[in-house]
Ligand binder design. Structure first.
Ligand SMILES: [Fe+2]
Ligand SMILES: [Fe+2]
Length: 452
C-alpha cells in the first residue's frame, strides 16, 4: 500500500486531481469546505471558501475566496480533469459561527451564508450532497482520500484515548518552576521591542541591533526567504530585505525572529501541528498589524509585536497539557467555556496571567505587558485599550478563519462594543476579513517546515 501524502488546502484555495495516494484536507472554522468527487472516473478535489460573495471592487483580484465566484470554477476544473457530471457527489463542512451565542452572529452568520450559497449552486448544477455538517460553534477538518474517494469530517481537537487514570495536575509551585526555567529574552530582542514601543525608531537603529547579533541576523534572512515573507524573491542581505520588503515588513521580520526561540516547545501540548503555536502567533500578529493600520489608533509595529507575544504564557503551560488533556478535551466541547477558564480550573492560573508575569519579569514595555494580560478581556485594560482591543479582535479572527494551528476557543462576546472601541462597526467585519491578505492563511502544516 503506497504511503499517503497529505495536502493541506488553505482558505481561498482549492485542489483537484485524478486518483493518487494523497489525502487532501481543509481545517475549517467559519470557512466552508466542499469535497467534490466522481468515484467512477476517479477524480476529486477540495475547495476552502472564505466568504459567501465578493465584498468590494477589489474582490475581483481573488475570485477563489468567495462561494459565488469560486464554486463554478471548481466544478468546471473537476469536469476538465475527467469527471462525469452524472457521477459527481459533494460533501460540505464548516461554516461555524464567529462567536458563540451572540445575537449579532445570527445576522452576521458568514459561514451559514457561504454554506447556503454552496448548496444552491450544487442544486442548480444537479450535484447531490451526500453529507453536510455545517454551522455550530466548532472547528473541524474535512478530508478527501484520493485513492478510495472516502471523505471524513472530524473535530480539529484530537480526542483523548480512554483512560481510567486520574491525571496528574501540576501544583502552582511546579508551574512557577517551569516559568523560572524559561530562558530570559535576548537583550537584542528586548532592545528592539523597546524601540518599537517608542514608535520613533529609524530603520538604522533596528538594523544596527540586528547586525550586532549574528544568530538573529542569519535567522532574519532565513525567515525573509520563507514563503510567508519573500513571495518568491531571493533575499541575501539585510539591505536586500530593506529594499524588497520595505521598513514595516523588515521590522515585523526582526521582531518575529527575536522572539521565535520561545516557541521551540516539545510535545503536542497546545499545538495541533508542528510549530502550531508559533504560527498562530504569526497569524495573529499579521492580522493585528492590518487592523492597526485600518483603525489608525495605534502603531502597526506595536500591534504586530503584541500579536506575536499574546499567548507567550502558553509556552509555560504547554508541557503540562498532555497529562491533563482528557479534562481539557471535555471542556473544549462546551461552547460557553474559554480555554482560559479551563486552564484556571485545572491549573489555578491561566495563560494570560502567566504571560503577564513573564512580560513583567522580562521588563517588556507597559503597553505589551497590559495587552498580553488582558487579551481575552480587553474591557479590563484602561490605558492601552486600543492596542488590547485590536489584539483581541485579531486573535478572534485568526482562530475562526485559520483554525487548526493550536488549541484556542476565542469567544466573540461583546463583539460589537469591542469593534466600536477601535472605531469599527460590525458591518465592517466582512470587509476586514476580506482585507486579510491570502498569505495570512498559508501558514499550514505544509509550509511549517520552512519556519518552524
Ligand atoms: Fe490567548
Ligand atoms: Fe491566541
Amino acid at each position: 500500500m503506497p504511503k499517503l501524502e497529505r495536502c493541506h488546502i488553505p482558505a481561498g484555495t482549492s485542489y483537484v486531481a485524478r486518483a493518487k495516494p494523497m489525502v487532501v484536507s481543509a481545517a475549517l472554522g467559519t470557512c466552508v469546505g466542499v469535497a467534490l468527487f466522481d468515484t467512477k472516473n476517479r477524480v476529486g478535489g477540495v475547495i476552502h471558501l472564505l466568504l459567501p460573495e465578493p465584498v468590494s471592487s477589489e474582490s475581483v483580484l481573488y475570485p477563489e475566496k468567495y462561494a459565488t465566484t469560486a464554486m463554478p470554477v471548481f466544478i468546471q476544473s473537476i469536469l476538465n480533469e475527467g469527471a462525469s457530471h452524472d457521477h459527481l457527489q459533494a460533501v460540505i463542512a464548516g461554516g461555524a459561527l464567529v462567536g458563540p451565542l451572540m445575537p449579532q452572529d445570527l445576522s452576521l452568520d458568514i459561514g451559514g451564508r457561504t454554506a447556503e450559497i454552496v448548496q444552491t449552486i450544487l442544486k442548480k448544477a444537479g450535484i447531490p450532497i451526500v453529507k453536510s455538517e455545517t454551522g455550530g460553534f466548532f472547528t473541524c477538518r474535512l478530508s478527501l482520500n484520493l485513492m478510495n474517494f472516502q471523505t471524513k469530517i472530524e473535530p480539529l481537537f484530537r480526542e483523548p484515548p480512554p483512560s481510567a487514570d486520574t491525571p496528574e495536575v501540576p501544583s502552582l509551585a511546579e508551574i512557577t518552576r517551569a516559568m523560572d526555567r524559561i530562558a530570559p529574552i535576548p537583550q537584542v530582542a528586548l532592545k528592539i521591542l523597546r524601540l518599537v514601543d517608542e514608535d520613533d525608531y529609524g530603520l538604522d537603529s533596528i538594523a544596527e541591533e540586528v547586525r550586532k547579533d549574528q544568530v538573529i541576523c542569519a535567522k532574519t534572512l532565513q525567515l525573509a526567504n520563507s514563503a510567508l515573507f519573500s513571495r518568491g524573491r531571493r533575499i541575501e542581505t539585510l539591505d536586500d530585505a530593506l529594499i524588497l520588503l520595505g521598513q514595516d515588513l523588515l521590522v515585523q521580520l526582526v521582531v518575529s525572529v527575536s522572539v521565535k526561540g520561545f516557541f521551540h516547545i516539545r510535545g503536542q501540548g497546545y499545538s495541533l501541528c508542528k510549530g502550531g503555536l508559533f504560527h498562530h502567533a504569526l497569524g495573529a500578529a499579521q492580522v493585528a498589524a492590518i487592523l492597526a493600520a485600518k483603525a489608525e489608533k495605534t502603531s502597526v509595529a506595536l500591534a504586530y509585536t503584541a500579536g506575536l507575544l499574546h499567548d507567550i504564557g502558553k509556552v509555560v503551560l504547554d508541557q503540562f497539557i498532555t497529562t491533563v488533556y482528557p479534562f481539557f478535551y471535555r471542556n473544549l466541547q462546551d461552547p460557553t467555556k474559554s480555554v482560559m477558564q479551563t486552564e484556571a480550573e485545572i491549573f489555578g492560573i491561566h495563560h494570560a496571567q502567566i504571560g503577564f508575569l513573564l512580560a513583567q519579569r522580562w521588563e517588556f514595555p507597559d503597553s505589551l505587558i497590559q495587552a498580553i494580560r488582558h487579551h481575552h478581556e480587553p474591557e479590563n485594560e484602561e490605558v492601552f485599550f486600543e492596542l488590547t482591543h485590536i489584539l483581541n479582535l485579531a486573535d478572534l479572527l485568526i482562530t475562526r478563519f485559520h483554525p487548526g494551528l493550536e488549541l484556542e476557543q476565542m469567544q466573540g462576546h461583546h463583539l460589537e462594543a469591542r469593534l466600536q472601541k477601535i472605531g469599527l462597526s460590525v458591518d465592517q467585519l466582512l470587509q476586514i476579513v476580506d482585507a486579510l491578505p491570502p498569505h495570512v492563511f498559508h501558514t499550514s502544516p505544509n509550509s511549517l517546515a520552512e519556519v518552524a
